[in-house]
Design a protein around this ligand. Structure first.
Ligand code: NA7
Length: 535
């Protein structure tokens, strides 16, 4: 194979969220030509679409940000320790403008297919309007939580009132919920964020809960100036330091002791300290141990029970069926408190499942609840959904749907054997959502662009992981998953269980961001021993 003269552009970047914006900047800085394609009319990715009232990040703002440009770090002023969606989207717009990449992006354009041509070593990326572009590299910066899960409930289309999806919130109008009877289906992060906002204005709020979730306080509040100054002093060093941490957070709160080093009183003290310090998940240095996790789970349950006055409602709101961390814990300072208000009612679908949606409300096995608006906070076809929404065809006509029919496989979370020069940041089998996604995006894009530059320097046409590397990586991901609490026993989008028929595979590498980064660096330093080069 020879390097192609056929390509219109060196690199196509699909998606303009955290990973996509930085990819455009980094690729251009590397001297390659690049084009961005984005389905939305603006940058932001997940932070564009999920604009429902109350949407907020659960990672502190000064961490959930870029570090590659000290000027950005010093110029952008967050208004809260945990920024709201609107502010994060504005931040991403600011960064895209500052880097001068906005004009490189084709907005309002969805990519429908990407086909590899072995002879020329190029990808043909086709858009919704039928146009296509030929390139040598594709970065699929399409996000992990970008394909909404359609509400799989009978009668959804029959409802005559207002139907809304948190993950595709209307942008063209402010919705006035004053005086309305609102039903919210789903109690993951999106549900628990929007419910208190609805309770502020609606006449009544019915919360339809299938599975209770752990809810812990947010870090929201005034920004910690000391932390901010420490970061602003030398962002590039912080950037490097973040890559040596477990979760890409600075500083990372973690308990001083291991679980078995402490007696019962010491454990309670460690749990209280972690609760106050906002790091309850890591209250012990070995928090992954089942007995340590059980203590954390019990502690959080107790804290939750203390908030809700009605004991029956409190009991229903507490997750008894899965360990802390099995599903992504939710963060709110107001969600549980909302159930102390007279116009907010919990409908436990465990006891009274929804029978169907009717034109004027929701019918459960017990009653009919009349509603003016139904909000679906029903989650995503996480991680693999976005990949399957594009018809991707690699070497010898193999599709991604075939390659991942039993669940995702790849090497280092970014490349799949049979799909040369196609890169997937923020995707499966990477530290993904168990790390700070913004920091991970930056690290992965650096790795991806450094890989491209290595190929360019050597005049190679392409690269793909060896099959064996893929097997080994999957085994390593699964080995770590086995010690992650509830990894395969909990119904969670982490393992595909939230979608009927989706292969049940724990999709996140939980060995730690630092180990992941070391593995990527080792490949770079040793001329990519885990990969095959196409000449
Ligand atoms: P999640 O966390 O997947 O939550 C979706 C919720 O919707 C969850 O409570 C589901 O219950 C519920 N759900 C889904 N389908 C149904 C049906 N058919 N009937 C009743 N309830 C249903 O998505 P989010 O958007 O809240 O959060 C995703 C991530 O975004 C979050 O983890 C953060 O990282 C940011 P289930 O638990 O499946 O019983």
């Amino acid at each position: 194979m020879t390097r192609s003269a056929k390509a219109d552009v060196d690199v196509v970047v699909v998606g303009a969220g955290f990973a996509g914006i930085y990819a455009l900047h980094k690729v251009r800085q590397a001297g390659l030509t690049v084009m961005g394609i984005e389905a939305a009319p603006d940058v932001g990715g997940t932070w564009y679409w999920n604009s429902y009232p109350g949407a907020r990040c659960d990672v502190s703002s000064y961490n959930y940000a870029y570090f590659f440009d000290p000027e950005i770090v010093r110029q952008w002023q967050w208004s809260d320790s945990c920024a709201e969606q609107r502010e994060i989207q504005s931040y991403l717009r600011f960064c895209a403008e500052k880097c001068g990449v906005v004009d490189l992006i084709r907005f309002n354009t969805r990519v429908t297919s990407a086909h590899y041509e072995g002879g020329s070593g190029t990808w043909t990326v086709t858009m919704g309007n039928g146009e296509s572009v030929c390139c040598r590299y594709v970065i699929m910066a399409i996000g992990a939580l970008s394909t909404p899960k359609a509400p799989d409930i009978e009668g959804v289309d029959d409802f005559k009132g207002l139907s809304l999806l948190t993950s595709n919130w209307p942008k063209d109008r402010e919705i006035d919920f004053r005086g309305k009877r609102v039903g919210v289906i789903g109690t993951g992060s999106s549900g628990i964020q929007i419910i208190p906002e609805m309770a502020k204005v609606a006449r009544s709020v019915h919360v339809f809960q299938r599975t209770a979730n752990y809810v812990i306080p947010t870090e929201s509040g005034p920004i910690d100036e000391n932390k901010l100054q420490a970061i602003r002093k030398d962002p590039i060093t912080v950037r490097q330091e973040l890559r040596t941490t477990y979760a890409g957070l600075y500083p990372l709160g973690i308990g001083a002791h291991k679980f078995h080093e402490l007696d019962e009183a010491g454990r309670q003290q460690a749990l209280e300290t972690a609760w106050e310090g906002n790091y309850i998940a890591l209250a012990f240095r070995d928090a992954y141990l089942p007995e340590a996790n059980a203590a954390i789970s019990d502690f959080v349950r107790k804290k939750m029970l203390e908030v809700v006055r009605n004991p029956k409602t409190a009991h229903e709101l507490v997750p008894w069926d899965h360990p802390y961390g099995g599903k992504r814990p939710c963060r709110s300072d107001t969600y549980l408190q909302t159930f102390n208000e007279p116009h907010v009612r919990l409908v436990s679908l465990k006891h009274t499942p929804i029978v169907r949606i009717e034109p004027d409300g929701i019918k459960t096995t017990e009653e009919k609840i009349e509603l003016d608006a139904i909000i679906y906070a029903t989650g995503f076809d996480a991680i693999t959904g976005a990949v399957f929404s594009i018809d991707i065809e690699g070497l010898d006509g193999q599709t991604m749907k075939q390659a991942w029919k039993d669940g995702p496989v790849n090497y280092l979370g970014t490349m799949v054997h049979g799909f040369p020069n196609m890169f997937f940041p923020s995707s499966a089998l990477s530290p993904s959502v168990l790390t700070n996604m913004a920091t991970l995006a930056e690290q992965q894009i650096d790795y991806i662009v450094d890989t491209m530059l290595w190929l360019e320097r050597h005049g190679y046409a392409g690269i793909q992981p060896k099959l064996q590397s893929q097997f080994d990586w999957r085994d390593e991901v699964f080995r770590y998953a086995q010690r992650y609490p509830g990894a395969l026993t909990t119904n969670s989008w982490y393992n595909g269980a939230n979608l009927p028929g989706k292969p049940r595979v724990f999709m996140i590498y939980c060995g730690g961001f630092h180990k992941y980064n070391d593995r990527c660096m080792a490949e770079l330093k040793s001329d990519f021993p885990g990969y095959e080069v196409l000449r």
